[in-house]
Ligand binder design. Structure first.
Ligand SMILES: *[C@@H]1O[C@H](CO)[C@@H](O)[C@H](O)[C@H]1NC(C)=O
Ligand SMILES: *[C@@H]1O[C@H](CO)[C@@H](O)[C@H](O)[C@H]1NC(C)=O
Ligand SMILES: *[C@@H]1O[C@H](CO)[C@@H](O)[C@H](O)[C@H]1NC(C)=O
Ligand SMILES: *[C@@H]1O[C@H](CO)[C@@H](O)[C@H](O)[C@H]1NC(C)=O
Ligand SMILES: *[C@@H]1O[C@H](CO)[C@@H](O)[C@H](O)[C@H]1NC(C)=O
Ligand SMILES: *[C@@H]1O[C@H](CO)[C@@H](O)[C@H](O)[C@H]1NC(C)=O
Ligand SMILES: *[C@@H]1O[C@H](CO)[C@@H](O)[C@H](O)[C@H]1NC(C)=O
Ligand SMILES: *[C@@H]1O[C@H](CO)[C@@H](O)[C@H](O)[C@H]1NC(C)=O
Ligand SMILES: *[C@@H]1O[C@H](CO)[C@@H](O)[C@H](O)[C@H]1NC(C)=O
Ligand SMILES: *[C@@H]1O[C@H](CO)[C@@H](O)[C@H](O)[C@H]1NC(C)=O
Ligand SMILES: *[C@@H]1O[C@H](CO)[C@@H](O)[C@H](O)[C@H]1NC(C)=O
Length: 773
């Protein structure tokens, strides 16, 4: 077995060997040095917060400043992390706690729809409201920093175990919803934490285990900017208070000691003024991580603590760097108003559940409609034939499948709270030598994915009980068999509902995109029931080709991860009390083989201690890739059916001349306002041409020269009554038209033809126009 120390030496050797073999130092797979670490100076919205932070930090000793940058175990709370305190100045410290989909591992909180579900809603307002009420829960519980939202992984590999924690594989959709979430959290008084920075696209080899280093995401500069960094730009622009550096390596340098990423891109190019916290135990060096721009280590002292103060005393790290760390941390704290008596005692509502504790109920009545609306909004209708849906007072309904009911036990972490991956068994599992977990969670319905992104539901409205309640009103006779793989079907059933799921969890990538047991169940029921409706709770892409064209499968719903109001939301949709409006925030292909990149990166051999992931596909991920290779998906990105129909008309595309200067003007860097200036205004009219109320998500795709055939650059959701029309406005910024010029190191607008596509999905284009630059 390799020891950790041995592997470090080996890595040095391997890097040295590669360096000598290549003439150019700046070769693929090496991260350039960017020093010194920029000192935050409080521009714009940060000005007041910086002034207060600088004032408080100026009163601190070196030890006190260093105390802010590290974690301590607390006897008083069960927060995922607690910073040190400064008792002499009355600074109370901060509680950092999971995560982006609701408060984890505690009681008396709500389970909100998970990221992928929110992504499927494409609803900016609802995303803001969700983050705002969720943020208030974190605050009531005494959590200063909720560890979300998630803009990485985006979903480079469809098997990614954490893809569901984020909103979409599309950087534009992710960026818009990340910005809403940050604003919502911070308006509620907590410090949002945008994670994981960056290239954290797989769980396999996500951390070093037994001498094998974490996988290295080798990403070229253009791909980084145009794809993976894009949502982080939106997050920094929204004023995010903190960013989490990631477990993986980028160009072979660990994310939390990569100076190009933290000093260069985040703190210089994007002018990020908040603090960078390391993912838990993701720090692998002391002096190097401090120099590279890391500001806080969790959950304990890592390589810092006394070592950081020693390093200042012996001249290895300047005191100014530690002052900057402390200032950035306190500035974020002031920015969201956590000073004064405004904020509860850190961790007051995050306690060990089995020990006596005071009840801190964080749920507010005002959040209830947001949770239910959000649960409804993320369901996507894929198929609806023979008038299968909505249901109309059925006489007899039959319900099948393990996913229709609640799991036998509800614990605070629900379903997939697994032990830490640092245990040998887990490490083995991650290395692929122990069996992976089942693709379907057969123990009951899923309302969230697993581990850090999971949350504690107040209750679970499960499909079977919600349908039963409705059956009682309609005098519907119900049959159910949730355990048999080949259940008997009462031939008089008006409809048969089959509930299956696809689970994913932090720590593991998925083994596949469908499982034979669940598909077998669907096929079995479909062979006996001519009106079979399939509902899939899914923490990611779930293939449906095994049965989608079966003539008895009349309807199919991707129900994603709705949170605690799952069943209630579904019943409203099934019975037409609410309309389907969700659209896929990813592509569903016909086959796994349709992907260019499908599996996580692996070692080249048993001797390979440095797994390499070359992102040679560039930005050609998901629909960008399917479109470019002309591969027809089963259901394209942006697809989703409705109970009504919409017509698109009157497209107008108006470039604004003065903002469209090309390459070489001075307004094109990320910090300059110029990048966000409106360059093109687009308008279109949407009419509800059907006979029931409904909401449409109109999407704008742009063809930029020398880029994928289409890239999402706008979307708007609009609710309309029958025959009602609305004019939707899209504003394309200079960034939306730009590509990253790796030589000039700036965003540039190229000369050429730009085509604007407006429609109901990435392939259901209704109107097209173009302009020349
Ligand atoms: C990674 O390497 C590529 C190729 O040399 C380079 O374009 C990119 O800027 C590097 N990125 C980082 C973060 O080191
Ligand atoms: C650092 O924080 C710890 C934990 O809160 C506290 O006990 C200690 O007194 C602090 N040290 C200083 C120098 O303030
Ligand atoms: C945003 O959503 C809230 C809650 O659903 C609603 O009250 C409000 O009117 C919405 N605002 C806009 C601008 O749509
Ligand atoms: C400091 O360095 C020593 C020696 O490398 C190490 O054992 C210790 O855990 C480090 N961390 C802290 C917080 O002191
Ligand atoms: C300075 O202190 C740090 C932390 O203890 C240590 O890692 C480093 O080797 C020291 N450098 C010198 C030159 O003594
Ligand atoms: C919190 O700090 C801000 C400045 O950032 C200041 O204006 C405000 O008065 C402070 N609030 C309290 C309650 O101390
Ligand atoms: C909670 O307390 C129990 C009983 O003291 C202990 O066994 C358990 O490990 C604690 N859990 C956590 C998460 O600290
Ligand atoms: C569809 O269901 C009916 C029962 O209602 C069954 O007789 C028929 O064989 C099924 N069709 C297929 C293709 O399995
Ligand atoms: C995907 O393609 C493989 C190889 O052609 C085939 O064996 C498999 O059945 C296909 N899967 C589906 C879901 O069609
Ligand atoms: C990964 O590579 C190792 C070593 O070459 C091999 O034993 C293992 O089967 C591979 N795993 C997968 C999932 O391909
Ligand atoms: C970015 O552009 C602005 C003008 O929009 C300019 O003031 C600033 O100096 C530029 N920053 C860098 C780092 O080039």
């Amino acid at each position: 077995m390799w020891t950790f120390a041995g592997s470090t030496a080996l890595r040095a050797l391997a890097v040295a060997a590669t360096v000598s073999a290549l003439s150019d130092v700046d070769f693929y797979g090496q991260s350039p040095p960017v020093y010194p670490s920029p000192i935050g100076n409080g521009k714009g919205v940060w000005a007041g917060a910086y002034a207060s932070a600088q004032d408080l930090v100026s009163q601190m000793t070196l030890e006190e400043k260093a105390n802010l940058t590290r974690g301590f175990t607390s006897a008083d709370n069960a927060c995922a992390g607690n910073t040190g305190t400064v008792p002499r100045l009355g600074w109370p410290g901060m509680c950092l706690h999971d995560a982006g989909n609701g408060v984890r591992a505690t009681d008396l909180v709500n389970s909100y729809p998970s990221g992928i579900h929110v992504g499927a809603s494409w609803d900016k307002n609802l995303t803001y409201q969700r983050a705002y009420y969720m943020g208030k829960e974190f605050k009531t519980k005494g959590v200063n920093v909720p560890l979300g939202p998630n803009a990485g992984p985006l979903g480079r590999i469809p098997l990614g175990g954490r893809n569901w924690e984020g909103f979409s594989v599309d950087p534009y959709l992710s960026g818009q919803l990340v910005a809403e979430s940050i604003t919502g959290h911070q308006d509620a008084g907590v410090i949002a934490n945008l994670k994981h920075f960056i290239g954290n696209e797989q769980e396999t080899f996500r951390r070093p285990y037994f001498g094998v280093e974490a996988a290295s995401s080798n990403i070229d500069d253009k791909t980084l900017h145009e794809f993976y960094l894009w949502p982080f730009m939106d997050g920094v622009k929204a004023g995010v208070g903190s960013v989490m550096c990631s477990y993986n390596r980028v160009n072979n340098s660990y994310g939390c000691q990569n100076s190009k990423l933290m000093n260069g891109i985040l703190k210089t190019e994007l002018s990020f003024e908040g603090f960078v916290v390391a993912d838990w135990n993701a720090q692998h060096s002391g002096v190097a991580s401090a120099q590279a721009g890391l500001d806080m280590v969790m959950p304990l002292g890592g390589y810092w603590g006394d070592n950081l103060t020693d390093a200042v005393r012996n001249g290895s790290v300047t005191e100014a760097r530690v002052t900057d760390m402390a200032t950035r941390i306190l500035a974020a704290w002031y920015l969201v108003g956590q000073n004064g008596s405004n904020f509860p005692e850190p961790g007051v509502g995050i306690k060990n559940m089995t020990l006596p504790h005071e009840a801190v109920d964080a749920r507010e009545p005002d959040s209830k409609p947001i949770i239910l609306e959000g649960a409804i909004a993320g369901h996507v209708l894929l198929k609806n034939e023979n008038g299968a849906l909505p249901l109309k007072k059925p006489t007899m309904l039959s319900v099948f499948g393990y996913d229709a009911t609640v799991p036998a036990t509800k614990n605070t972490d629900i379903l997939f709270e697994l032990a830490y991956t640092s245990s040998p068994e887990m490490a083995q599992a991650v290395l692929g030598t122990v069996q992976h977990f089942d693709q379907a969670a057969k123990g009951g319905t899923i309302v969230t994915g697993g581990r850090a992104g999971a949350n504690g539901p107040a209750y679970i409205s499960d499909p079977l009980s919600a349908i039963s309640q409705r059956a009682a009103l309609d005098d519907t006779w119900m049959n159910w068999d949730l355990s048999s793989p080949n259940p008997d079907v009462n031939a008089a059933s008006d409809a048969c509902l089959v509930f299956i799921n696809a689970i994913a969890t932090e720590g593991w990538d998925r083994d596949g995109l469908h499982d034979d047991f669940s598909d077998g169940l669907v096929l079995d029921v479909a062979s006996k029931c001519k009106n079979t409706i399939v509902v899939i709770h899914a923490a990611g892409v779930r293939l449906v080709d095994q049965w989608i064209e079966h003539p008895n499968v009349t309807a199919t719903i991707i129900a994603h991860l709705p949170g605690q109001d799952s069943g209630q939301a579904l019943v409203k949709l099934l019975y037409g009390e609410a309309g389907f409006s969700g659209k896929l925030p990813y592509t569903i292909p016909k086959n796994e083989t349709d992907y260019t990149v499908y599996k996580p990166c692996n070692r080249s051999s048993e001797e390979d201690m440095f797994p390499q992931c070359d992102y040679s596909e560039g930005v050609y991920v998901d629909y960008r890739d399917f479109d470019a290779r002309n591969v027809t998906p089963r259901f394209e990105f942006g697809f989703g059916m409705s109970y009504t129909t919409f017509e698109y008309s009157a497209l107008s595309v108006k470039p604004s001349g003065q903002n469209l200067k090309l390459r070489g003007d001075s307004n094109s860097n990320s910090t300059g306002d110029g990048l966000w200036d409106i360059a093109v205004r687009v308008e279109t009219t949407i009419t509800n041409s059907g006979s029931v109320d409904g909401a449409e998500i109109a999407q704008l795709y742009l063809a930029i020269p020398n880029s994928p055939p289409k890239q999402l650059r706008g979307f708007e959701k609009v609710a309309l009554s029958p025959l009602e029309s609305a004019t939707l406005r899209f504003e394309l910024t200079r960034r939306d038209l730009s590509v990253w010029d790796v030589v000039a190191q700036e965003w540039v607008i190229q000369q050429g033809t730009y085509t604007v596509f407006v429609g109901a999905s990435s392939r259901d284009v209704r109107l097209t126009d173009s302009f020349e630059l």
